[in-house]
Design a protein around this ligand. Structure first.
Ligand SMILES: Nc1ncnc2c1ncn2[C@@H]1O[C@H](COP(=O)(O)OP(=O)(O)O)[C@@H](O)[C@H]1O
Ligand SMILES: [Mg+2]
Length: 331
C-alpha cells in the first residue's frame, strides 16, 4: 500500500526519545512519518501480508500465524509515502531511503511517558555491515550494557506532575552505565526512585555530562500505581517473550518502546475504572531497519536475552514496590 506524500501541516513528533530524529506527525497526530530504509519497509510489508493472509502468506502456516501475532506487537503500518517530486533516477540513486507511515503509539495519551530499550547483544546486521562497522558496533556493545545483558537503556522521557514539567534521561545515561545501574534507569522511568537512586543518578549525570532538574529530584508516582504499571509491563513482556522465542528472525538494533500515561488524574481514573478503552500502558516493538526473517536459524538469542534482562529488572522492582520499597527508603 502506498499513499501520496502529505502536503501540509506535518509537524515533528514531540518527545522522540531515541534514534536519528526527523520523525514527523500527521496533522491529526495519529500517524508518524518516519525516515526509513528498504529493509524496514520490507519487514512491515511482510507483517502486513501475514496479518491479512495475502501475497506470500496467502496460505495458512505456522510462520504466518506467528508473524500475524508479532504484528500486534508493532505499530500499525500505514504504508509508504511516495515522493512524487523525485524522478525514477533519483529514486534509484536513493533506493535505500523510504518514508513510512506508522501508528503513532503515543497518540491518545495526555502525557505519554516513553522509554526506548534497545534490544540485542549484537547490534550489527550481517547482511550489510562492513568490517569497520562490525568492529565499531562490537566495541560499543562491549563498552555498554548491550553485550552482557542484551539491552541498552536508550532514553526516556517522563512527566513530572508536581513540577508540571518533562524529565528526560538522555542517551548519555544509557551509554555510560554498567549493568548494575540498569535498575536505576527503570525505577526512574517508572517514577519510583529511591532517595539513594537520586544520589546515584546525579553521580552518573556529572560523570557523563548531562543535566538533571534543579535539586535532582525525580518524578514520583504513588506505589499502587507504580505496581500496576510494573505488573502489566511484566505480563506483556512474558507474553511477548513466548511468541518471540518461536520466530526465526534476526532483529539488530530494534527496541522495546514502553509508554504509560503520565497525567495522574487520567491514569488513576482509568486504572480504577478498569477502563480498557483508555490508554494506560503500551509495550511495543519498533525499529526494524535491520530485521529479517532467517528460516532454519532459530530465534534471535541476543534479543531474547535482552527481554529476559528486562523481565528480571521489572520483576525485582515490582517485588520491592510490593514490599514497601518506597516507605522503607523514604522513612
Ligand atoms: N510508531 C511510533 N510511535 C511513536 N513514537 C515512535 C514511533 N516510532 C518511533 N518513535 C519514536 O522515535 C524514536 C526513534 O524511532 P526508531 O524507529 O527507533 O528510529 P531510528 O532508526 O531513528 O532509531 C523512538 O525511540 C520513539 O521515541
Ligand atoms: Mg531506534
Amino acid at each position: 500500500m502506498s499513499v501520496p506524500a502529505p502536503e501540509t501541516d506535518s509537524k515533528l513528533l514531540e518527545g522522540q526519545v531515541a534514534g536519528h530524529g526527523g520523525v514527523q506527525l500527521s496533522p491529526d497526530g495519529s500517524t508518524v512519518i518516519k525516515p526509513s530504509v528498504a529493509s524496514e519497509l520490507h519487514f512491515y510489508t511482510q507483517l502486513q501480508a501475514a496479518s491479512q493472509g495475502t501475497g506470500a502468506y496467502s496460505s495458512a502456516s505456522q510462520l504466518r500465524d506467528d508473524l500475524a501475532r508479532l504484528s500486534a506487537w508493532t505499530p500499525a503500518f500505514r504504508g509508504e509515502v511516495l515522493d512524487e517530486s523525485r524522478d525514477s533516477t533519483q529514486q534509484e540513486a536513493t533506493k535505500q531511503k523510504a518514508l513510512i507511515q506508522l501508528e503513532n503509539l503515543t497518540h491518545g495519551f495526555a502525557k505519554p511517558c516513553v522509554l526506548d530499550v534497545k534490544l540485542g547483544t549484537q547490534l550489527w546486521d550481517e547482511s550489510d555491515a562492513s568490517e569497520e562497522k562490525r568492529a565499531r558496533m562490537n566495541k560499543t556493545a562491549l563498552e555498554t550494557t548491550s553485550a552482557e545483558t542484551g539491552i541498552r537503556f536508550t532514553g526516556c522521557r517522563i512527566w513530572d506532575s508536581s513540577a508540571s514539567a518533562w524529565f528526560e534521561l538522555p542517551k548519555a545515561f544509557g551509554k555510560s552505565i554498567d549493568a548494575s545501574l540498569l535498575p536505576l534507569g527503570f525505577s526512574s522511568y517508572f517514577s519510583d526512585p529511591l532517595d539513594s537512586d537520586e544520589a546515584r543518578l546525579s553521580q552518573v549525570a556529572s560523570r557523563a555530562g548531562f543535566k538533571l532538574p534543579e535539586g535532582g529530584h525525580l518524578p514520583r508516582l504513588p506505589p499502587k500505581i507504580v505496581a500496576y504499571l510494573l505488573q502489566h509491563s511484566l505480563a506483556a513482556l512474558n507474553e511477548f517473550r513466548a511468541l518471540f522465542a518461536n520466530i526465526e528472525l534476526r532483529m539488530r538494533g530494534g527496541s522495546l518502546l514502553f509508554i504509560y500515561e503520565g497525567h495522574l488524574p487520567s491514569l488513576e481514573t482509568a486504572i480504577e475504572a478498569h477502563d480498557t478503552g483508555s490508554k494506560v500502558l503500551s509495550v511495543k516493538l519498533i525499529d526494524f531497519a535491520h530485521t529479517r526473517l532467517t528460516p532454519g536459524e532459530g530465534p534471535d538469542l541476543g534479543v531474547l536475552r535482552g527481554v529476559d534482562t528486562t523481565i528480571a529488572i521489572i520483576d525485582r522492582l515490582l517485588k520491592d514496590v510490593k514490599a514497601g520499597r518506597a516507605t522503607q527508603d523514604h522513612a
